[in-house]
Design a protein around this ligand. Structure first.
Ligand code: NAP
Length: 181
């Protein structure tokens, strides 16, 4: 099966994925009475596994909810020596070169990957390893916070696949990497 690394993330108009205190309450700032998931479940159904940064993993671990993922989760960290006991059966810790990390995951037959967390997405982009970006823009300017993007050395070209409008307020753009042969 084709290998693809996909991002599905919400940001503010000014490109932050969490506010300056790491808060994400503003993601719910548009009233959503029918709990529209804005494509999240169908996206998740189409990936084989998640690769997330330590900060995103720790944020999810801190939520007062059941473990939200039914797919394998790989956590990238150079500082963690192990996954906390409570989450041992939920996630696997990985570190090393991204291409080695990907080879390890692909060897398990998991080829379509959901890449999550700002720093993690940035490290994949830096190495030209993101194929799809599904960006959901919440109509708020946070002014400061945890950024989705950072400087990278090489330009990456994408083409727009689709734009959707949710709740008459939230725009979601799906970009696919243009590959030049
Ligand atoms: N708006 C949304 O839809 C959305 C989605 C996801 C997350 N978030 C929010 O975003 C915040 C987390 O984002 P974040 O930018 O702080 O980063 P993150 O990607 O979740 O975590 C960054 C950490 O991941 C590890 N890491 C990243 N790339 C690595 C690599 N190539 N090799 C080894 N380790 C690597 C490092 O951990 P070590 O320092 O341990 O080495 C790094 O400090 C949280 O507040 C979360 O709630 C928002």
């Amino acid at each position: 099966m084709e290998k693809r690394n996909k991002v599905f993330i919400a940001s503010s108009i000014d490109g932050y994925i969490a506010d300056k205190n790491g808060g994400i309450d503003w993601l719910q700032s548009v009233p959503n009475p029918d709990h529209d998931d804005m494509g999240y479940n169908s996206f998740i159904n189409e990936v084989d596994a998640l690769v997330m940064g330590r900060n995103t993993f720790e944020t999810v671990c801190g939520f007062d909810i059941d473990w939200p993922y039914s797919k394998p989760v790989y956590v990238l960290s150079r500082s963690l020596s192990s996954i906390p006991d409570k989450f041992q059966d939920k996630a696997e810790l990985l570190h090393g070169e991204l291409r080695e990390v990907l080879s390890y995951i692909h060897a398990k037959g998991q080829n379509r990957l959901y890449i999550d967390g700002g720093g993690t997405i940035q490290s994949f982009l830096r190495e030209g390893l993101i194929d799809d970006l599904i960006l959901t823009t919440i109509p708020i300017i946070l002014g400061d916070g945890i950024p989705l993007f950072s400087k990278i050395e090489t330009q990456l070209e994408f083409e727009l696949v689709e734009t959707k409008l949710f709740l008459n307020q939230i725009v979601q753009r799906h970009y696919r990497r243009k590959i030049h042969f």
